[in-house]
Design a protein around this ligand. Structure first.
Ligand code: CU
Length: 155
């Protein structure tokens, strides 16, 4: 009996130690995102770094994103430099983490999100490399029929 209690206590201590070392892993399970990009796309990599820092686990495919975009049902005019898949949604282009997290919590009936083109000032297209410039852009919710709603505007 005594020994069993000691084991439980030890196990508890081990768990607390693990939580202290890996708070991320314990707080919220990191979600796996797969990203398709061209091998030399630098702004894609900048975006991936941002998403990883936000806690997403990212698997990168360096095969370009044309195929996965088409298979996801994203209209080509909404296209950008990289396409990601997460939790059954497609994320096209330089979509901010904030809207990805909102999508994952609201779970709308939709294909996913897109920031068409590569607007200056969007995550991965921002900072000193772009003279700290930014242009206004919108994050679009892509509906199942390919139509869009403005999900978030950035001015
Ligand atoms: Cu880009």
């Amino acid at each position: 009996m005594m020994k069993k209690n000691m084991n439980l206590i030890r196990r508890g201590m081990l768990l607390s130690a693990l939580v202290a070392v890996f708070p991320h892993a314990w707080g919220k399970p990191s979600q796996v995102m797969e990203v398709w990009k061209g091998p030399s796309c630098g702004c894609c990599q900048e975006w991936i770094d941002i998403v990883q820092k936000a806690g997403f686990k990212v698997i990168v495919h360096y095969t370009g994103n044309t195929d996965v975009r088409r298979k996801s049902g994203i209209p080509v005019e909404l296209g950008s430099c990289h396409t990601a898949l997460i939790a059954g949604y497609a994320i096209e282009g330089h979509v901010p983490v904030r809207e990805i997290q909102r999508l994952l919590s609201e779970k709308p009936d939709a294909i996913g999100l897109a920031v068409p083109g590569m607007p200056i000032g969007s995550p991965g297209m921002d900072g000193v490399a772009y003279g700290n410039q930014s242009q206004s852009y919108a994050v679009l919710l892509i509906k199942k029929d390919g139509g869009t709603n403005v999900y978030q505007k950035y001015i």
